[in-house]
Design a protein around this ligand. Structure first.
Ligand code: A2P
Length: 350
């Protein structure tokens, strides 16, 4: 019996997330008959690892999407804005990791454990949420279903890999420079990141929040499909290579004890409860790095309000926060038989 053709492209295949996407497709045995890596003209002809072999990187152009079924993009917002409509017009479904399409009402914003049904009736471009949002909603959705979350106060501790390869290199270089008693060079972040915390991710907006913080606010509401969930966020870059951590305080309509919350989360898809403080067991970025799960610990009642809980949520930002979530969306498209783009004009008519 001949295998059904399923061609998958990874756009931004030479980047930190793109490489992880290739690894994830391979390790999860994604049923692709062919995987095609794309990057900028700079990388055309170079090779990227895929399983035991290597794939030759092709240059991304507007006309490359014919014959490709799914293109997973992680090459920055401007690349997605420019190329994703061409992909959809060629009948190729885009799963986009940038922020370019997330709040566009034509595009579902999907975390497969939370709102996979949003994929039905897609128009060809599907958005992968922000890394900090993904891990938070994976943990909060089951608590919302059980007790109705009304308010979320989140502070993030975000790894440098969230800025791509250049963020990883910046921290490495600065640490090396400082151990050699040299003045660290600051290129990527607004200040030194080595041995420091920077409460500034993405640009500042008119309301004095950063764009990263407002992504968490708006994306959470869109994914949970509940405008009654109010979110306020402070996003902080920390000198950690892989794994975002989050301190999350929630206020619920119905009282949830810490024990109940632990029991709900223990059953939740994609979540692992790791919560035994007396044994020094709580989620750590270094343990979450390289893993698929979203870890939740330090679950405790907030007795300053009637129905409050505090928790600590950690996940690998490159995996669940980016590559894994995107590949899970692609898997869900296959499972639900949603391949193909019904109306190829949605993003090009304007
Ligand atoms: P390249 O390596 O050719 O620059 P990271 O987030 O780790 O910095 O990775 C960004 C990814 O996006 C890289 O694979 C990069 O390719 C790719 N990329 C950046 N700009 C473009 C572009 N204009 N067209 C295609 N790919 C791009």
């Amino acid at each position: 019996m001949s295998e059904k053709k399923l061609v998958v492209a990874v756009v931004g295949a030479t980047g930190a997330v793109g490489r992880e996407m290739l690894k994830t497709l391979e390790s999860r045995n994604f049923p692709a008959t062919e995987v095609v890596p794309f990057a900028s003209a700079r990388s055309a002809g170079t090779k990227v690892p895929y399983g035991d072999s290597e794939l030759v990187v092709r240059e991304l152009k507007e006309d490359v999407f014919e014959g490709i079924d799914i293109a997973i993009f992680s090459a920055g917002g401007s690349t997605s804005e420019k190329y994703a409509p061409h992909a959809a017009a060629a009948g190729c479904i885009v799963v986009d990791n940038s922020s370019a399409w997330r709040m566009d009402e034509r595009c579902p914003l999907v975390v497969p454990e939370v709102n996979p049904e949003a994929l039905e009736g897609h128009n060809g471009i599907i958005a992968n949420p922000n890394c900090s949002t993904i891990q938070m909603v994976v943990a909060l959705k089951p608590l919302h279903d059980a007790a109705g979350i009304r308010r979320v106060v989140v502070s993030t501790y975000q790894a440098v890999s969230g800025s791509g390869q250049k963020g990883i290199s910046e921290l490495e270089t600065q640490v090396r420079q400082m151990f050699n008693l040299k003045e660290p060079e600051v290129n990527v972040y607004p200040h030194r990141i080595a041995f420091n915390c920077i409460p500034h991710i993405d640009v500042f907006l008119e309301n004095d929040y950063t764009k990263e913080e407002m992504k968490m606010v708006h994306e959470t509401v869109k994914i949970m499909r509940d405008p009654n969930v109010k979110v306020t966020a402070t996003c902080v870059r920390v000198p950690v290579f892989y794994g975002h951590s989050e301190s999350v305080n929630i206020e619920t309509e119905r009282k949830l004890s810490a024990k109940e919350a632990r029991a709900i989360l223990a059953q939740a898809p994609g979540v692992q409860v790791y919560d035994n403080p007396s044994e020094k067991m709580y989620p750590l970025a270094v343990d979450a790095a390289g893993e698929d799960a979203t870890y939740v610990g330090r679950i405790r009642e907030d007795d300053t309000i009637p129905n409050g809980l505090n928790m600590w949520i950690v996940a690998d930002n490159i995996r669940k926060g980016a590559a894994l979530n995107a590949v899970q969306i692609a898997e869900e498209l296959v499972r639900r038989d949603l391949l193909g783009v019904k109306d190829r004009t949605v993003f090009i008519k304007k």
